[in-house]
Ligand binder design. Structure first.
Ligand code: JFZ
Length: 479
């Protein structure tokens, strides 16, 4: 008995300090319980840093919501949906057979993987995430598992994911796949988030949707995820799951994780479900006021008010808003995944193209202040999109009290000054000594005067090189 005690004491004494502490600390939340450990559960922080490195440097990616919903484009039987376009089947309770029939009309001959990848590159985006299958169950790729896909069910007979993979490889940009693992409105057994007027348990509105969820998972969802992981060479580098619903229990999600674990460089988001936290937080349509300190995160946003193409949604954000969102996100250490919604011909709506190209013009000059940066070192309280205050439409409210943002590199601090600034800008205290300053757009890097005191840093508002959206001041810093 005594010996056993001694052994226990010795064993505890040899545990690393952190593990011992955990025994007595209530601070940590209960660790998630799931039957299969994921890469995030087993890797070291240093391994994680290596795995996430390209993603953290990228800061700006393209989301593509493209699928069969581009055919109705927001209108069905004379009714216009008031919600996002890719939800039309659910929102207008379209019967399965009617929705599936759209496939015969889907012939997007205007689709050019080359042009879309080139557009992403011109915008300064470093990766693309495209909907391989959305909640409607229609696969935008060559699937042997289920015939309801773009190759077999449409006159198009081409695999846009393969074409994108080829172009991404050629043009040097990364490719990821979005996959709706639990919601599937056309496959029997697939689940649907419950809404008024639909079955209160299954969310279904058509008998053709009824069936076993486990059968759906085993026969369609998991095999298609496998196809996506296996058939596109080095891609996907990201898998973007969505809407797990309560059906994705730890046991079911674990089967997906077993697949994902075969790809140790893969990055996947926090929407798989079953207590798996994934790699990235995914705030949607807003910028969290403080970011997610210590976590990887990515705000995804639409350019207008829909993800999937809607012919009558013309509420496009300005280039100014989009760029300042990107800057705001970078200053808080996140990525911006900005969506485009190609139409039924495969064409990217011109207002979206225009804005991405305009963003790219700014990035050509100022990208250095975005890529590979870490969050601001200033503590000056300013403002941002609020995730608690909402406007009348229920959208996160923008509190426009900031006139600038800041991003950080090892030996430089960038100050992105929004238009309207005049005279001298008081930037607050910076925990580094500034040794010089210049406008990023100045090819001669002519010195800009500044004063640094304990109280803070004063710099002139932009005079030369003024960009009406954001003018970047570079502060050279020591330590
Ligand atoms: C989901 C999808 O339903 C939508 O169609 C789109 O693909 C978007 C990017 O993601 O929308 C969501 C998902 C989760 C929440 C809200 C909308 N959520 O957790 O509040």
């Amino acid at each position: 008995m005594k010996l056993a005690r001694l052994a226990l004491v010795l064993a505890l004494a040899t545990l690393p300090a952190a593990a011992q502490l955990e025994e007595y600390s209530n601070a940590k939340p209960v660790p998630p319980t799931h039957p299969v450990k994921s890469i995030q559960d087993t890797e070291t922080p240093a391994q994680r840093d290596v795995r996430m490195a390209w993603w953290r440097d990228a800061r700006f990616g393209m989301f593509i919501h493209w699928g069969l919903y581009a055919v109705p484009a927001g209108t069905w039987n004379g009714r216009q949906t008031t919600h996002i376009g890719e939800w039309i089947m659910n929102d207008l309770s379209i019967p399965v057979a009617d929705y599936k029939a759209f496939a015969k009309q889907f012939n997007p001959t205007g689709f050019s993987a080359h042009d879309i990848v080139a557009l992403a590159k011109s915008a300064g985006m470093k990766y693309i995430v495209i909907t391989a299958k959305h909640h409607d169950g229609f696969a935008m790729f060559d699937s042997k598992v289920d015939p309801f896909n773009i190759v077999q069910a449409t006159p198009f007979h081409r695999d846009p994911l393969r074409e994108l993979a080829v172009e991404c490889r050629k043009q040097g940009i990364k490719l990821g796949f979005y996959y709706s693992q639990a919601q599937d409105w056309t496959a029997p057994g697939g689940t649907a988030i419950v809404r008024a007027g639909h079955d209160p348990v299954t969310g279904h509105w058509d008998k053709a949707q009824d069936g076993s969820f486990d059968e759906y998972l085993q026969k369609k969802s998991i095999p298609q995820i496998k196809e996506l992981l296996e058939n596109y060479k080095e891609f996907p580098v990201v898998v973007w799951f969505d809407t797990p619903t309560k059906m994705m229990t730890p046991e079911r999600a674990a089967e997906v994780v077993t697949l994902l674990n075969k790809y140790p460089n893969l990055i996947w988001n926090n929407r798989l479900g079953g207590t798996y936290e994934g790699d990235t937080e995914t705030p949607e349509q807003y910028i969290p006021a403080q970011g997610f300190p210590g976590k990887d995160w990515e705000s995804c946003m639409t350019i207008n008010d829909t993800w999937g193409f809607k012919s009558f949604d013309t509420n496009f954000k300005s280039t100014e808003t989009l760029l300042r969102n990107l800057i705001d996100i970078a200053s808080k250490g996140g990525n911006y995944l900005l969506n485009i919604g190609p139409d039924a011909h495969g064409i990217v709506p011109e207002p979206e193209r225009e804005r991405l190209l305009a963003m790219g013009k700014w990035m050509d000059i100022n990208g250095e202040a975005i890529y590979g940066t870490t969050p601001t070192l200033f503590t000056t309280p300013t403002g941002s999109f609020s995730d608690t205050l909402k406007d009348k439409a229920g959208k996160p409210k923008f509190i426009p009290t900031w006139s600038w943002r800041s991003t950080t590199k090892k030996d430089k601090v960038y100050v992105e000054i929004f238009a309207g600034a005049q005279g001298t800008l008081h930037l607050g205290a910076l925990p580094r000594k500034v040794t010089g300053a210049y406008w990023l757009a100045d090819p001669k890097q002519k010195p800009v005067t500044f004063t640094q005191t304990a109280d803070g840093l004063d710099v002139p508002a932009p005079t030369g090189y003024v960009d009406p959206i954001a003018t970047v001041l570079v502060l050279k810093t020591a330590g």
